[in-house]
Design a protein around this ligand. Structure first.
Ligand SMILES: C[S@@+](CC[C@H](N)C(=O)[O-])C[C@H]1O[C@@H](n2cnc3c(N)ncnc32)[C@H](O)[C@@H]1O
Length: 403
């Protein structure tokens, strides 16, 4: 295994942008991959995976490298050297690697990985929160699973194709997939590939969506002809799934507080051939009041800490702050209280998060059911999905029915 100078330089620039400038890892990786058109797939893989690995293991590597934030360029090289040594690379004779203490790096790794917060590379507050909420045993297992690389999972757009047909189309492109039994619309890539470049994607035959997330729309029990309100639709991963389950019949109202996200949803809906979606930006209580008791089904895919999807967004470990987690819980209480009023008597509501914290999940549902707004609802079922049990993202979803 050889290290290539221009690839490593790109990694160094990228990790400095993520750690020091607060840029999002996915945006930085996307920019890095555009840097040199001559890079082949293994070069691109090296750049993307190395950046993500260094982001994922930042605390452990920085501790081994004995560097403190904000990192200067030399610090970034020392962190990179730790990564390279632990991955088994023979360091080339570049000036940046002069005096790299290879044996000491390995020794410190063995020592530090006896402690969970270093082993799993996580801030103290997050580790304490995880233990408090899930207990030592479950949190230790979950954290280890959240540090694995996430698989690429597709959701077949059944408005345009079937899973078997898409499976064959991708096979012809040498993209091998697996059809998981419990997730009827999902295809799991055997190896990572840039599926966004395929004609199948451009023609709207699939979207990229984790398997756990694909359980949310079916739980809502939508049928063609219904009126469904997706209150926190964002860029519409679940809206599009709902549209395909409704076979384009009936009405979906997709709402969010951000217009930028809705713009992305409009582009995706066009590509998907989903025509029964109406778009609304939530500008105040009026938008919601107009819809009181008007919907057969309401989805509240609430904003959350994202602690169930750390393997997809490892930089959240460093960007997330305890105060944000507290604030978002208040938003969750508000959206449950306000948006539940949209459900018709006899209609259904799904509350979902991509968090694994009971305080954002079942505790919010318990709080809602005990409140004035919740007294009209009965609890039907909920699903607490942990990454170490399912192999996919951590998620929560609860189904309630309005009396
Ligand atoms: C978990 S994300 C939604 C993901 C999306 N449903 C999907 O499947 O792709 C939560 C969304 O809630 C939106 N949001 C935050 N506060 C909100 C509020 N008070 N009312 C409605 N939406 C809100 C955010 O902009 C974000 O798009």
């Amino acid at each position: 295994m050889r290290l290539h100078r221009n690839l490593v330089f790109t990694v160094i620039d990228s990790i400095l942008a993520i750690f020091n400038e607060g840029e999002y890892a996915d945006k930085v990786v996307a920019r890095a991959l555009k840097k040199d058109k001559r890079w082949g797939s293994s070069d691109r893989k090296f750049v993307a995976e190395t950046i993500y690995e260094i982001v994922r293991w930042k605390r452990l590597y920085a501790e081994i490298a004995e560097v403190k934030e904000p990192y200067n360029r030399d610090d970034a090289w020392r962190i990179f050297a730790v990564w390279a040594v632990l991955r088994g690379y023979n360091l080339p004779d570049w000036k940046y690697f002069e005096n790299t203490p290879v044996r000491r790096i390995k020794g410190r790794f063995d020592e530090l990985t006896k402690t969970r917060k270093f082993k799993e590379s996580i801030p103290d507050w997050m580790d304490e929160l995880g233990v408090k909420e899930l207990g030592e045993e479950l949190w230790t297992k979950e954290l280890a699973a959240q540090n694995q690389q996430a698989s690429v999972i597709l959701r077949v757009n059944t408005l345009k194709t079937t899973r078997d047909k898409l499976f064959s189309i991708l096979m012809d492109l040498d993209i091998e997939t697996i059809k998981p039994k419990e997730y009827p619309d999902a295809l799991i890539l055997k190896e990572r590939a840039n599926v966004f470049l395929t004609d199948a994607f451009k023609e709207g035959l699939f979207e990229v969506q984790d398997a756990s997330s694909q359980l949310v729309a079916p739980l809502l029990g939508v049928k063609p002809g219904m009126r469904v309100v997706d209150t926190c639709a964002g860029a519409g991963g679940k809206t599009l799934h709902i549209a395909s389950l409704m076979e384009n019949k009936g009405q979906i109202i997709a709402m969010d507080i951000y217009e930028s996200k809705q713009k992305q949803l409009k582009i995706r809906a066009k590509r998907n051939g989903a025509f029964n979606i109406e778009y609304r930006i939530i500008e105040g209580t009026k938008t919601i009041k107009k819809l009181h008791e008007k919907a057969d089904r309401v989805l509240i895919d609430a904003p959350c800490s994202g602690l169930g999807v750390l393997k997809r967004n490892p930089d959240s470990k460093w960007k997330l702050k305890p105060a944000f987690v507290e604030e978002i819980k208040e938003v969750q209480r508000q959206v449950l209280r306000d948006y539940s009023k949209i459900v018709k008597p006899g209609g259904k509501l799904v509350y979902a998060t991509c968090s694994i914290l009971p305080s954002e999940n079942e505790k919010q549902i318990q709080h809602f059911l005990a409140s004035e707004a919740g007294k009209d609802f009965t609890f039907v079922e909920d699903h607490k999905i942990l990454a170490h049990e399912s192999g996919f993202d951590g998620f929560y979803m609860a189904l309630l029915e309005r009396k």
